[in-house]
Design a protein around this ligand. Structure first.
Ligand code: CA
Length: 503
């Protein structure tokens, strides 16, 4: 019993793999996160089943898809009577804790259950001096959220019953919008960040959803997102982010000569000589703040790894770093997530467990966030309950992919045309070569937004020949057989997991 591994599950919110240096993009340095890759394994195809916060968290906790756990959108909190991985580990003798961003609902029916200790941010939480809910009580904290979440995790690790193994979910709020770096990291990234090849995407050759999404850096960033003073009143301050929302978007006028943007902290004034320069300013400002926020995560992951070293726990602790989904960092001109396109579909996933996982190893098999819970139970030596729909990743992490490993990921996004982002509802599958997406474009349980009426569309991408996903091949005769094969695979996958096609 005593050598059952501890599990330290660290998850960020909206952290794209591209913003972790071991993934190779070269836009930032994350020395402590990289340690997990050099001392363990990097997964290159870990997919989210619904690229949005709350549903991803439910899939991770329960090991089930969202049509099963009921957490399909941001507005469907978890029923906390559901069985989930922490409850199973707790029953098996693990000490369990949940610290940081929960975002699965509040109040007696939705707050965390199955944890010996929990201290969570209400909703999205604040970057500075966040209020928290700790074991059902409202508390106030002072400091920076990423530091505080780590402090509370370390305090719990120090005070836990050390005769038992632990399962700690340490969930950062960062780097969710609106990005607020710690003052000590504001000097980072003075040089401009490279602009993605698809930043000026014209959205041709794709389903209508791409052009319709309100996730564009040029058009849809708010003053708050970029740490700028929002002017008072008048049309010139930009349209509201959504009806009734006080956050306004920074305008993107053809004539930028009158536009003045002001840093909310320093008072620095920014002016522009072209619309293109304004777009580039927004991108750079976004990326630098995003990466500065991540610098604090990296530093705090280092503190947790140091603790494990000093406490002699590194050998017998499985450490995971992931994010609830990926994020667009200017690809296709976007920020945000929601879509099954690669940047938001792929989750970073780093895992270290020296007893079983070879150092500096790489996994290219397709994994999914519903696989996490079965994986934890497998490592703990527990039976994986039949209701869980994922499969243990343990053999993959050992470098032994089973012959019958499916290498298919299913994604479904339900929040058709939410007022803030106007992302269309869709489902589909990806295998190691192709991606099939069905834009069924129907609303679901979002009052006032069940607009529907858009044409349904299909997309097929050849991820090998077109990794940037610029050309929909669904109607290309040369891909007729691939379309048939992927359509059959989608039908099979939906039947397997019990989701119902939207014809
Ligand atoms: Ca998220």
């Amino acid at each position: 019993m005593t050598d059952r591994p501890n599990i330290l599950f660290i998850m960020a919110d909206d952290h794209a793999a591209k913003a972790i240096s071991c993934y190779g993009s070269g836009i930032n340095q994350t020395l402590h996160l990289d340690r997990l890759a050099t001392e363990g394994m990097r997964l290159d195809h870990c997919c989210v089943t619904n690229s949005i916060c709350t549903p991803s968290r439910a899939a991770i906790l329960t090991g089930t898809y969202n049509h099963v756990n009921g957490v399909t959108t941001l507005n469907t909190p978890i029923d906390n009577r559901l069985p989930h991985v922490a409850k199973h580990l707790q029953a098996a003798g693990y000490q369990t804790a949940m610290v940081g961003k929960w975002h699965l609902g509040e109040g007696a029916a939705h707050e965390p259950t199955g944890f010996d200790f929990w201290s969570v941010l209400p909703g999205q939480g604040d970057y500075f001096d966040p209020d928290m809910i700790e074991m059902g009580k409202d508390i106030h904290t002072s400091g920076y959220a990423t530091d505080i979440i780590t402090d509370k995790s370390l305090n719990w690790l120090n005070s836990r019953d050390k005769t038992k193994p632990f399962f700690l979910m340490c969930h950062h709020k960062a780097p969710h919008r609106a990005w607020e770096p710690h003052p000590k990291h504001k000097h980072l990234y003075q040089d401009d960040i490279q602009i993605p090849d698809t930043f000026d995407d014209d959205y041709k050759h794709r389903a209508k959803a791409a052009a319709e999404a309100k996730m564009r850096i040029k058009d849809d960033m708010t003053y708050a997102d970029l740490g700028l003073v929002q002017p008072e009143g008048g049309d010139e301050v930009g349209t509201p982010q959504s009806p009734g929302n006080l956050n306004r978007k920074i305008p993107n006028p053809d004539d930028v000569s009158d536009l003045r943007l002001i840093d909310k902290d320093t008072g620095e004034v920014f002016t522009f000589d072209s619309q293109e320069a304004l777009g580039r300013f927004k991108y750079q400002r976004y990326m630098k703040r995003y990466l500065q926020v991540i610098a604090s995560i990296d530093e705090n992951v280092g503190r947790l790894l140091d603790y494990l070293d000093e406490a002699g726990l590194s050998e017998n602790t499985i450490v995971i770093y992931t994010s609830d989904q990926g994020f667009f960092l200017g690809e296709h001109g976007w920020f945000d997530k929601r879509f099954m396109y690669e940047e938001s579909f792929q989750m970073p996933f780093l895992v270290r467990y020296p007893k079983e996982i070879p150092a500096n190893s790489l996994c290219t098999n397709i994994a999914c966030n519903v696989d996490f819970a079965p994986t934890f139970l497998d490592f703990a030596g527990e039976t994986i309950p039949a209701y869980m729909q994922g499969r243990s990743l343990r053999p993959l992490l050992n470098g032994q992919a089973p012959e019958d490993w499916q290498n298919i990921a299913y994604h479904r996004y339900w929040m058709h045309r939410d007022p803030d982002h106007n992302a269309y509802a869709h489902y589909g599958i990806r295998n190691q070569r192709y991606k099939l997406i069905y834009w069924y474009n129907e609303g679901f349980d979002l009052p006032g937004t069940n607009q529907g009426g858009e044409d349904k569309e299909w997309e097929l991408f050849d991820c090998q020949k077109d990794p940037l996903e610029l050309f929909n091949l669904y109607h290309d005769p040369a891909y007729k057989d691939v379309v048939a094969m992927m359509t059959a695979a989608l039908t099979d996958k939906m039947a397997e997991i019990g989701d119902i096609p939207m014809h």
